[in-house]
Design a protein around this ligand. Structure first.
Ligand code: ADP
Length: 539
């Protein structure tokens, strides 16, 4: 062996904003503020304020490794924290404000947060943290002096005052690239939330990979609007990848309804966006009801939960290319993105839609495999489903104060999936959501996608309910589109010829709404509980 003669330059999050300042300094960051107005700044100014904030953090006694929590929407101040906290060697802990206040308090305590920065609308949640996590020393309301009253009656420091009192002379420290940079807790849909601790290295590598053409295809010609919140797995890496490529950023704040998003997309000329299926449902409904098109949007990444082919088609009909993506908190979060290969470009639109509704191909250098119950790898035949395992430099190896997360060097995702000959993965279920009928597995996601393709169905969840003969059978829970009525028979008839007879749901129930968790995913556990005693027809 011989040592190389290359420079040793640790990967460091601060270099992303330094680069954006130096090479894309005048590129805009537009934020819809909690205060209601639109705010404009640039990467140069953001970098200057991040340096001020780094000095302010030192004044507050924040040192290397200390956890700095946020409860905030997507906005420029949150972005300043992304760089100031990690860049100075502390750990940015983004907390999901949609969680129950008790869970927020539990997470802040478990993480050992020292400071909490919060948007003024989250004053009551800051209170919950105050009660549950006494080690939190400072509370900082992310607003200016005049609006401090909005942050609630409890004493808090003022973000803008802290910045005013600090100079922008700050040298980002040279950190070891394996230093912890940020942390997120899983949303707890599968038990207690677990802390995932990212590094500078994992974050920078993830940013490089997610910008690639077969992933998000980001460039300095893009205007990126992350609908996915900055408190949900680092907004899928966009707050890092956008400055890295010099893309313009539009941060939508708290208004994520269809009309507000449409207005922002059009007014700011957004070319790329990303979010979970539930937010796009609102946008698509608004577009269709008003005969609108998105005139500048080119790509929309949909992930976090399965995107039904009908949704892909409806967006494609409005001129938007949808990229289906899959990942999880433990994966920073990106694992796969569904971009077609050259050999697939000549397929018919129907064949392409079938591929694009898969969750896609893995991003180098992450690798994946599906295994059976004995841990044996299953063939890539597009059909053999098993436990999905991953490994890579931005995949968690341990949970924060929680022990190893690995099995034989691989991370077991808790998802059930298959992989086709070309390496396109399809999630068929969360392992706990699989319906086990008479020794066979039925994919709840596949049945939901079929139900959603019925024109009168707004939302659908398919759950396992106990059955005296088969162990479990699928029950379909449906929300009808407003003003439309659909019968049980019509829904079931829609399954004819689409799946084998034994996979067709046994019954349909209609509800006003499907319960959603803090990250916009269906809470099937609640539905299983609610319909546990469901009486099957003829029983
Ligand atoms: P939590 O695990 O607490 O729900 P995450 O946000 O980390 O929080 O969720 C990751 C999970 O979301 C994945 O393991 C998978 O089950 C689901 N998921 C993410 N993207 C997709 C997708 N495109 N299709 C189906 N399921 C998805």
């Amino acid at each position: 062996m011989i040592q190389s003669l290359m420079m040793s330059m640790p990967l460091n999050i601060a270099t992303l904003i330094q680069h954006a300042d130096r090479h894309h300094g005048s590129v805009e960051i537009v934020s819809r503020r909690v205060e209601g107005d639109l705010h404009r700044t640039t990467y140069r100014e953001l970098h200057r304020r991040a340096r001020q904030l780094a000095n302010a953090l030192a004044t507050l006694g924040i040192g290397p490794g200390d956890r700095v929590a946020t409860l905030a929407w997507n906005g420029y101040r949150h972005l300043e924290l992304y760089f100031a906290v990690s860049g100075s060697g502390a750990v940015l802990h983004t907390i999901n404000p949609r969680l129950h206040p008790e869970q927020i308090g539990w997470i802040a305590r478990h993480a050992g947060d020292k400071v909490l920065f919060f948007d003024s609308c989250f004053g009551p949640l800051a209170q919950a943290v105050r009660r549950a996590a006494p080690q939190v020393r400072h509370f900082v309301a992310m607003t200016d002096r005049d609006r401090m009253a909005d942050a609630g009656p409890e004493p808090a420091l003022c973000y803008e005052e802290l910045l005013e009192a600090s100079t922008d002379a700050f040298e980002w420290p040279a950190l070891d690239e394996t230093t912890a940079s940020s942390m997120c807790y899983t949303s707890g849909t599968t038990g207690d939330p677990k802390g995932v601790l990212y590094s500078h290295r994992s974050t920078v590598l993830h940013s490089l990979a997610c910008a690639l053409p077969d992933a998000f295809n980001l460039s300095s010609r893009d205007t990126v609007l992350p609908v996915v919140p900055m408190f949900h797995v680092n907004a899928w890496g966009l707050p890092y990848a956008a400055p890295m490529v010099g893309a313009r950023l539009v941060l939508p704040g708290a208004r994520l309804d269809g009309p507000s998003l449409y207005e922002l997309f059009e007014a700011e000329g957004v070319t790329m966006s990303a979010g979970v299926p539930t937010v796009w449902q609102g946008l698509v409904a608004h577009l269709e009801a008003n005969g609108l098109k998105l005139s500048t949007l080119k790509r929309m990444v949909i992930g976090g939960a399965a995107c039904a082919p009908s949704m892909l088609q409806r967006l494609q009909d409005r001129g938007v290319q949808v990229l289906h993506a899959w990942g999880m908190t433990e994966m920073s979060p990106l694992g796969t993105v569904c971009s077609l290969k050259a050999s697939q470009l000549n397929l018919t639109p129907t064949e392409q839609l079938a591929i694009r509704s898969r969750q896609g191909r893995v991003l180098y250098p992450v690798d994946m495999k599906v295994v059976d119950e004995q841990g044996q790898e299953l063939p890539w035949d597009g059909n053999s489903s098993g436990d999905l395992m991953v490994r890579g430099p931005w995949v968690a190896s341990e949970y924060f104060q929680g022990g190893s997360a690995l099995r034989g060097g691989w991370f077991s995702t808790g998802d059930v999936a298959n992989i086709d000959q070309e390496g396109f993965m399809r999630i068929t279920d969360r392992s706990k959501d699989v319906i086990k009928s008479g020794g066979e597995w039925i994919s709840s996601i596949e049945l939901e996608c079929i139900a959603l393709s019925h024109p009168g169905v707004a939302n659908a969840a398919c759950i396992a309910v106990a059955h005296p003969k088969w162990g479990e059978r699928p029950l379909l829970v449906i929300v009808c589109k407003s003003g439309q009525t659909v019968t049980r028979e019509q829904v079931l008839a829609h399954f004819a010829d689409k799946v084998a007879r034994w996979q067709v749901p046994d019954d349909v129930v209609f509800v006003d709404a499907i319960p959603l968790g803090a990250t916009g995913k269906m809470l099937k556990g609640q539905l299983r509980e609610r319909f546990r005693e469901h009486r099957w027809p003829g029983a």
